[in-house]
Design a protein around this ligand. Structure first.
Ligand SMILES: Nc1ncnc2c1ncn2[C@@H]1O[C@H](COP(=O)(O)OP(=O)(O)OP(=O)(O)O)[C@@H](O)[C@H]1O
Length: 251
């Protein structure tokens, strides 16, 4: 049994079948990529993992516990963290303050901006936040206001905010979207380091260089249904995938 088990998930938006009979097993300690053309249902599926959407039918079980019906913050507390396509950071706070908020939420179960002022005397939380920034090579940016960061650094900060919560499963929605090649390569290296520490990851990504650099297993979605699943080298050469994903172009 995997750390994440998805069975027979269906999701409709009116007349549109966004997800149709999706089955997926994510093995603990692996990086599992979900790829597919625009509109294939990748984000919808991720939203079903984090409580933003409720499947019409089917089950989503994480670490032996059903996630269906849990609120997003309860899923987060259970050990699932998500990095969004557009970094969700507090732009008017410093990097240090941004990381303290989820560090505090991890300990006390609440996630509020007011926490920052209350945390001025919380040494253990401060140390944890600083350590996390240093771990992601952002120690020198601790005092920098978050909206002053480059796109790559914003993503790095959001990763720090997720990792400080010590997740068991990290969900990444296009972690390198809009980045320069240099920032993309740095992010890939960082994600590899995180993966090497044993954190399970599910990655949605359009950039095949990123997918093949990171993933041990790939699921291909097309029109809401998994059409192929396997090792990167098998997916690369699968004609069904090339047809569905890129209209016959080579991956
Ligand atoms: N809230 C919604 N209401 C109605 N339709 C939606 C909603 N969310 C997504 N859809 C539709 O469901 C389908 C799947 O969308 P989804 O965003 O999951 O695809 P995706 O694979 O993540 O695409 P992309 O790679 O472009 O981000 C699309 O046709 C989309 O227009």
């Amino acid at each position: 049994m995997g750390i994440l088990e998805v069975q027979n998930v269906n999701k409709r938006f009116g007349g549109l079948k966004a997800l149709h009979e999706v089955n997926l097993t994510v093995e603990e300690g692996t990086v599992h990529a979900i790829i597919g053309p625009n509109g294939a249902g990748k984000s919808t599926l991720l939203n079903c993992f984090v409580g933003r959407l409720k499947p019409d039918t089917g089950s989503v079980v994480f670490n032996g516990t059903s996630l269906l019906g849990l609120k997003p913050h309860e899923i987060n507390q259970a050990g699932v963290s998500r990095v969004f396509q557009t970094p969700e950071i507090f732009g008017n706070l410093s990097c240090f303050e941004n990381v303290m908020i989820p560090a505090f939420a991890r300990r006390d179960g609440s996630f509020t901006l007011n926490a920052v002022s209350r945390l001025s005397g919380e040494r253990s939380i401060q140390e944890k936040a600083m350590h996390m920034l240093e771990d992601l090579n952002m120690g020198d940016k601790a005092g920098v206001q978050a909206d002053q960061l480059s796109r790559g650094d914003k993503r790095r900060l959001e990763l720090a905010m997720c990792l400080v919560q010590e997740p068991k499963l990290l969900l990444l929605d296009e972690p390198t979207a809009g980045m320069s090649r240099g920032d993309t390569n740095t992010t890939v290296e960082l994600l590899r380091t995180i993966a090497s520490r044993g954190i399970t990851m599910v990655v949605i990504e359009h950039d095949m260089h990123v997918v093949f650099s990171l993933a041990q297993k790939i699921t291909v979605l097309a029109q809401g249904t998994p059409i192929a699943e396997g090792l990167p080298q098998d997916i690369k050469g699968d004609p069904r995938v090339q047809e569905a994903y890129l209209g016959g172009a080579h991956l």
